[in-house]
Design a protein. Structure first.
Length: 186
């Protein structure tokens, strides 16, 4: 787990595995800086946008660390060789009671000036050009971080079996290709 963020595979994914990184290390990694001029994946790499997304994720992860959440994972097209990812997806491990009672959401919204922490599907709003409605945190930061406490995600594997966040976030959705994920640390 203590490996640096590696180069992309020929499929444009992080190799399967968990890669631990601080936000400083993430900024210096292939995920922000890009794969280099000799890479097939370098075409029009948007390092500035990826740096912006990284700053946004750091803001949200810092809030999670402040309320005692330690295990936070980042994924989505940000961890793929996509020149301009739309956002960053991720999840964090927590106690189900903190989510069920609303305590986690309350504590996070006490810290967050945008008061955008919620996972209530009724709070999702449309965004032009997107078929899927987005959570308020996405509208505020372009980041969606979900609590994980062994619940299913609504995502299924290639056989139709429901997946939890750890399993769902370690596969590319369109073809179930295994991929790596980044665990951010303070």
């Amino acid at each position: 787990m203590d490996q640096p963020v590696p180069n992309f595979t020929k499929e444009g994914l992080l190799p399967p595995g968990d890669y631990k990184a601080t936000f400083g290390e993430l900024r210096e990694s292939i995920l922000v800086e890009g794969p280099g001029p000799e890479s097939v994946w370098n075409e029009e790499w948007d390092a500035e946008w990826r740096e912006h997304l990284t700053r946004q994720a750091e803001t949200m992860c810092t809030q999670l660390w402040q309320v005692g959440i330690e295990d936070i994972y980042l994924d989505g097209s940000f961890t793929e060789a996509k020149a301009h990812p739309n956002d960053i997806d991720g999840y964090f491990e927590c106690d189900a009671r903190r989510v069920a009672t609303g305590e986690l959401q309350r504590k996070l919204n006490q810290i967050d000036p945008k008061k955008c922490w919620t996972w209530d599907p009724e709070e999702r709003r449309a965004y032009r050009g997107y078929a899927k409605k987005q959570l308020p945190m996405w509208h505020a930061y372009r980041i969606e971080l979900y609590p994980h406490y062994d619940q299913f995600t609504g995502i299924t594997d290639e056989h139709g079996n429901p997946l939890t966040f750890p399993a769902a976030f370690r596969k590319r959705r369109r073809d179930d290709e295994p991929k790596g994920i980044v665990k951010v640390v303070p």
